[in-house]
Write a protein that binds this ligand. Structure first.
Ligand SMILES: Cc1cc2nc3c(=O)[nH]c(=O)nc-3n(C[C@H](O)[C@H](O)[C@H](O)COP(=O)(O)O)c2cc1C
Length: 181
């Protein structure tokens, strides 16, 4: 099983990365045979989709010379993709959104796959804030459109660097996510 973990937070010592690393640790310790790759999307050279449709004439690869084609190919090859995003203005980070927009280049082939998806959302606001449901809803729509299966959503309240690491109950839950894959 190929598992791809995509960190959409530019804060490399931040809570989103902490959450994803805890999930990764649990998978590596408990799911022998799983091939896991962790990518910090913010460290990759990405540009926004400009709706040129060049990808449709180019075998499903974006024609803009950035790293999006390589990353979309990794998504294509993965059985499970776990997305992590900080909440920025009630939505996903711009870095992650740039990559998601490039899914347009392979939407036809993506629809032929039964990919399994995980989602980790980290915001400063408490769990009652509707931002978590907005982002989960966006991913549910993407999954419905592509025929993918949203396996789990983890909504986490954490503000400053180190906040999540202090939340031992949530860290334990994250370490057990492998059971859902
Ligand atoms: C540009 C920006 C916008 C933000 N917008 C929100 C928001 O709408 N709601 C919220 O709860 N937190 C918001 N936050 C706080 C972050 O979601 C929070 O600090 C989170 O822990 C960031 O994840 P990270 O630690 O991985 O960077 C925002 C932070 C930034 C930098």
């Amino acid at each position: 099983m190929k598992i791809l973990i995509l960190n959409g937070s530019p804060r490399l010592d931040g809570n989103t990365r902490t959450a994803l690393h805890e999930i990764e640790k649990g998978i590596r310790a408990n799911k022998s045979g799983a091939e896991v790759e962790f990518i910090d999307v913010a460290c990759r050279k990405l540009s926004p989709c400009i709706a040129c449709d060049g990808c449709k004439e180019n075998g499903g690869s974006c024609v803009i010379p950035d790293e999006s084609s390589a990353l979309v190919q990794k998504v294509f090859e993965a059985d499970v993709v776990i997305f992590g995003t900080p909440v920025y203005w009630w939505g996903v980070s711009a870095q992650l959104k740039m990559l998601i927009d490039k899914f347009y280049s392979k939407d036809t082939v993506f629809k032929e796959q039964k990919k399994r998806i995980g989602l980790v959302i980290v915001g400063a606001a408490g769990p009652e804030n509707k931002e978590y449901e907005l982002i989960r809803g966006q991913f549910q729509c993407i999954c419905d459109y592509l025929g993918w299966n949203l396996l789990f959503t983890e909504s986490i309240s954490a503000w400053n660097v180190g906040d999540l690491a202090k939340n031992t109950q949530k860290m334990t839950e994250l370490g057990d996510i492998w059971k859902k894959l």
